[in-house]
Design a binder for this molecule. Sequence first.
Ligand SMILES: Nc1ncnc2c1ncn2[C@@H]1O[C@H](COP(=O)(O)OS(=O)(=O)O)[C@@H](OP(=O)(O)O)[C@H]1O
Ligand SMILES: Nc1ncnc2c1ncn2[C@@H]1O[C@H](COP(=O)(O)OP(=O)(O)O)[C@@H](O)[C@H]1O
Length: 506
Amino acid sequence: MIAALHLRTTIPLPDQPGGPDGPRVRLVGTVEGIRLPHHPDHPGLRLTPAQVRAELLARGWISLEAGSGACWAVWADGLLHTADVGRIRALTRQGKRCVVLAPVGGADPADAEHHLRVRCLLAALKAVDAPLRAAEATLSSEALAADAISPPGVAGRRSEPPPDPYRRPKAGEAGTPEHRSLLVLVPVIPSEALATPREPGMSATVLKTSAKPSDAAAGVPGPATAVTPAPPAPTDLADIAWAAAGAAWTGVETAASSADELAKLAAQRAHLASFYGLTGSLIGPAIGAPGRMELASLLDAGNPIPAELTPPTVAAELSRAIPPRSKRGLTVFLTGLSGSGKSTLAGLLVCRLLEYGGRRLTLLDGDVVRTHLSQGLGFSRADRDINVRRIGFVAAQVAGAGGTAVCAPIAPYADVRAQVRGMVRAAGGGFVLVHVSTPLEVCEARDRKGLYAKARAGVLPAFTGVSDPYETPTDADVTVNTAELSAEDAVDRIIDHLRHAGWLTS
Ligand SMILES: Nc1ncnc2c1ncn2[C@@H]1O[C@H](COP(=O)(O)OS(=O)(=O)O)[C@@H](OP(=O)(O)O)[C@H]1O
Ligand SMILES: Nc1ncnc2c1ncn2[C@@H]1O[C@H](COP(=O)(O)OP(=O)(O)O)[C@@H](O)[C@H]1O
């Protein structure tokens, strides 16, 4: 978004410490939206606040009298599951309408996980729109949600339910509206992009002021069009937003979600929701919504996700995108000293996996990589890092496309190994780190290529284990010592691990 601030005045902020450029001031003026950002993905879901309000008016979900709408924001930081759907349906059964606001700050349009999340949210909204089942009225998630959203002191709410919007129309009656909720992708500004990191409020402020004058003239509910820019938001809000997103995925309370921080986030989001013409705002996953780990273990094993956890429409999207481990791309990454047996084990492993069948194999052996992919690179830390990252990049492409890469570089540095693990996982593949832990003395005694002798003689500088570091993995999934195991037994250990972890079917 490009916006211009027409500055009217500045107000000194004596209670806030100044920076190297002088004291801090609050800028006061009007903000004019110049150009909206371009998002190639999901253009139909990227509505501005003005567009949302116009849509809500068209649907009859809000009206022109200020404050008359009963349209709520439900913030979806992760996915919406059965409990969340129950919560939305409970709201709509109370006569409220819901706009699901999904923060998608920094979403890369080529990021498969982003698209999967949006598809899952759309699938969840299908569940929101589904006709009410008789048994559903008693679902505890709805009851809990009803309790949670009932204003204090409203007596008789449970005994005198409001008219049920899911009731099928009788002959002659107007049909029930087709949609009970609306999904909108809300841009979140990444904290690094701003001098003062903010949550989406800022973007909404700008977007709001860019609304056409006709909006204001028509009395579209929302804050005044000439605004004073919001006071600086607490610097950690963007982080909290993402911590909350993480919590929604993992089901784990994060350190950032203290009551204070969540209260701030809730206030910020309620404020933002008001720009969309929404009167209430719910944040955080519903009680009983599954965490990411819970879903991941079901998906890994290829087990069905029970409808009690997530709507079947969402489960179908998830299982379409995330096959069970036995059918998912994979990288087996062997690391160890020169002469430890990496190439020997990698070759044998590829052979065993081919015998097994069902996986397309790519072998990225250290020596071979250095004659092709990394030709010209040396053995400085920088060159080794580039080399290992290149291997990781190729392995991630292979695994992301459903193949299996077996890699066998020394990869002496833990942080780059961790980066490779991250790259492969981000591509949707599995990553198994095998530490070939054959001790230096044994590798040196083997000295197949005579390199250790040269290194000891000082002819070959920066030789791993002799004059250059090797950081022993602390995160290996399998450890094999070829001083104690035959090559066949070592490969058996790796295969056993792949079977137990579900990467191979037994
Ligand atoms: N200085 C130094 N240190 C370590 N290794 C050396 C060095 N110079 C040449 N070689 C040969 O290069 C092979 C290691 O290459 P890698 O690509 O696996 O190394 S790294 O991961 O980039 O550190 C390694 O092959 P392997 O014995 O198969 O490990 C060596 O034969
Ligand atoms: N149990 C074993 N497993 C693997 N290699 C072994 C074993 N015992 C002896 N070796 C020998 O050790 C050497 C290991 O070399 P290589 O596989 O190229 O290691 P790296 O790729 O780690 O440098 C080979 O010559 C291999 O025959």
